[in-house]
Design a protein around this ligand. Structure first.
Ligand code: ZN
Length: 273
């Protein structure tokens, strides 16, 4: 088991506010136990809503939303935030090689035990959500193989990749016991962090219309904010579903060294040491 103070979590999402909607409680819980959390957001969300009344002119929305995600992360204790700056609603067309390289660099720097991203259907079929899901899977695979981008540091094998649920978690909580929902492989009680999650959501001032619709207009908002759910894409087999600890059963391994950086031939020899 990885001691809580050594745990590292990386969230990879498409827009400012995705992190607070889907994984704020997990981030808070990880930080509260002494671990570290990093966030990569692929777009500044500049095609989103500007607020009603508008918080800013549309041409400033990208900059304002970047400031909002920084404020939300400060609230959640997320220590590292990177906004890649791909076009909002255009992420699917990001050059594959470029974004793979960027994400591999982030993964090898953060060296997360657990990575969280959207499920392959992007939770709500938003094309940017779908795109970041596949780019993240691609990069997680590449990051663990030292033949990719050896100049970006030692390969890092992620222990567990988590997706958001195939359906929206707040809908699951309305209609059934989350434990019975297929895909709810991890059901986390984050009620101790509901207030912090609420503060992070409120930092996304430009997005209050949709956040009101999802959370704040609901009489059971505190209950909705107190549970988060994730689906296991890959990782150690789960003894029981749903599980409650996303770091469970991950064995920290010595770094794989499929590439010998001293070799001038570039052969993929395995070094034994
Ligand atoms: Zn989004």
């Amino acid at each position: 088991m990885i001691p809580p103070v050594q745990r590292r979590l990386l969230l990879v999402f498409a827009h400012p506010d995705d992190e607070s909607v889907f994984a704020a409680g997990l981030a808070c819980m990880t930080v509260a136990e002494g671990g570290r959390v990093a966030l990569c957001t692929a777009t500044p969300g500049d095609k989103g809503k500007v607020g009603d009344p508008p918080v800013c002119p549309r041409e400033r929305l990208g900059a304002v939303r970047q400031a909002e995600v920084m404020a939300a992360c400060a609230t959640l204790g997320i220590g590292t935030v990177r906004v890649l700056g791909y076009p909002d609603r255009g992420l699917a067309f990001a050059p594959t090689d470029t974004i793979r390289r960027q994400l591999v660099e982030i993964i090898r720097a953060a060296r997360p035990h657990v990575v969280v991203t959207f499920d392959p259907n992007g939770s709500n079929l938003h094309p940017d959500h779908v795109a970041i899901s596949r780019f993240t899977s691609d990069a997680v695979a590449a990051a663990g193989d030292g033949r990719w981008f050896p100049e970006l540091g030692a390969a890092h094998a992620v222990g567990r990749l988590l997706w958001t649920l195939p359906v929206r978690p707040w809908d699951v909580m309305r209609r059934t016991d989350p434990a019975l929902e297929p895909g709810a492989d991890f059901v986390l009680d984050v009620s101790a962090f509901a207030e912090r999650k609420m503060a992070a959501l409120l930092a996304h001032r430009t997005q209050m219309q949709s956040l009101n619709r999802i959370f704040f207009s609901k009489p059971d908002v505190t209950r909705l904010l107190g549970v988060e759910m994730f689906r296991q894409a890959f990782g150690p087999p789960l003894v029981a579903r749903p599980a409650a600890d996303v770091f469970a059963e991950i064995v920290p391994t010595s770094e794989p060294r499929f590439h010998d950086p001293l070799s001038r031939t570039g052969s993929a020899a395995v070094r034994r040491s």
